[in-house]
Design a protein around this ligand. Structure first.
Ligand code: GRF
Length: 203
């Protein structure tokens, strides 16, 4: 009987969150393994991280398929073939296709570098988020982890952690402060989620 869950991490960029999850799985802190990495672009450094860790990395570009239905089916089958239990969105800039959201309902998590519901939604990613927080003169920002659905940065919030925003902060400085918290909060949430799901599955 398997005592580890199988995660698929979706990303579009550097993959520092992927790295923290790989490391925490390897340590045994999260009772799971990253079984697949899916990137929306071949340029993502996250794919190199996956490769170094011996994890299969694939590029998923819907435009490469003759039509949307074929693209949806290909992704659903890929996740199925890898026996994925949980989808982890970590800097993935695309929407998951509705059939995937349906198949994994309640088992898709996303991390956002601000305190949702503020500073979220389509187009709110990367330094744009931190710039908006600074421009709004917020005294606090932070990290949100939520269940993902068909709407950007929507879905039940499962964890939040705050960081201070200082008046002299640049977007880069704030991003670095937030990212540090992401690297501990996402593994913490995934540990709890994995333990709970393993229990529910009787493993
Ligand atoms: C993180 O700030 C995350 O909150 C956001 O995208 C960024 C991804 O960073 N969704 P990385 O690729 O994990 O380094």
């Amino acid at each position: 009987m398997a005592d580890k869950l199988r995660l698929a991490v979706f990303l579009s960029g550097g993959g520092s969150n992927l790295q923290s999850i790989i490391d925490k799985c390897a340590e045994g802190y999260i009772p799971a393994e990253v079984a697949l990495v899916v990137s929306s672009t071949k340029k993502a450094f996250g794919l190199t991280r996956a490769d170094k860790a011996g994890i299969e990395g694939v590029v998923y570009r819907r435009k490469k398929f003759p039509d949307g239905k074929t693209a949806d089916t290909w992704l659903v089958n890929l996740l199925d073939d890898h026996k994925i239990d949980i989808i982890v969105l970590a800097g993935y800039l695309k929407m998951l296709p509705p059939p995937v959201v349906k198949a994994f309902k309640g088992r898709i998590y996303n991390i956002h570098p601000a305190l949702l519901p503020k500073f979220g939604g389509k187009g709110m990613y990367g330094l744009k988020v931190h710039r908006a927080v600074i421009e709004a003169r917020e005294s606090e920002s932070g990290v949100t982890i939520h269940k993902a659905d068909e709407i950007y940065d929507h879905g039940e919030i499962v964890a939040q952690e705050k960081v201070p925003v200082f008046p002299e902060d640049t977007p880069d400085e704030l991003a670095a402060r937030v990212l540090k918290v992401e690297h501990s909060l996402y593994p913490k949430v995934l540990k709890t989620v994995s333990e709970r799901l393993l229990k529910e599955m009787g493993k």
